[in-house]
Ligand binder design. Structure first.
Ligand code: SME
Length: 187
């Protein structure tokens, strides 16, 4: 049984040009660094998974944890690989398209290339599939059981440039914990 995610390969498009001047007068609110927030989420995910081995239930709670804990996220959930397409799994957010062919949209490209894709501005991603008109940025992280790609984790945000390499690392770490917990996943 192999239960770790391969190290994420991350492909990011350059961030969209800023069109508005940043405000500099207001005092910046102290924010928790992303790495600390993701470390806390690992502990919370382990707590949610403890003693429960129903894959769908665990994936649903995982998606809910992400949607309710991460700032500026309007959609969080899974697509699972079935044949040559991705099929919608547990998620939180607005209803989404159910089937995505491999190579289509951000999810289909991430799945076909087996790599994480960070999209600062979805309107500049050719072939992006819009499920929620509020979404402006997206990150898609493939989910592996050893070498086998099971599907993808997809997060959307209304904030341009919301996701970066720290999100990719943090989400990959969470997926590693998730997969390690599920014995005989997908069999
Ligand atoms: N935007 C995705 C489709 C899924 S929704 O964002 C939930 C894509 O382009 O593959």
């Amino acid at each position: 049984m192999v239960t770790t995610q391969p190290k994420a390969k991350v492909k990011a498009k350059p961030a969209a040009k800023k069109t508005m001047k940043q405000k500099t007068s207001a005092k910046a609110k102290p924010t928790t660094p992303k790495s600390i927030h993701y470390a806390e989420l690992v502990g919370q995910l382990q707590g949610l998974l403890k003693g429960e081995f129903d894959f769908i239930a665990n994936a649903a709670n995982f998606a809910a944890l992400l949607k309710t804990s991460l700032p500026d996220v309007n959609w969080a959930g899974f697509y699972f690989l079935k044949g040559n397409e991705l099929v919608l799994g547990p998620f939180q957010g607005r209803p989404a398209c159910v089937r995505i062919p491999l190579g289509s949209g951000v999810c289909g490209v991430a799945a076909r290339q087996c790599e994480t894709i960070i999209v600062p501005n979805v309107h500049e991603f050719v072939g992006h599939i819009a499920c929620d008109p509020a979404s402006n940025a997206e990150i898609v992280v493939p989910l592996f059981d050893g070498e086998r790609m099971l599907g993808v984790l997809d997060l959307d945000s209304p904030v341009m440039g919301r996701f970066d390499d720290q999100d990719a690392e943090g989400l990959n770490e969470l997926l590693t914990v998730f997969v390690a917990h599920e014995e005989g996943l997908g069999e």
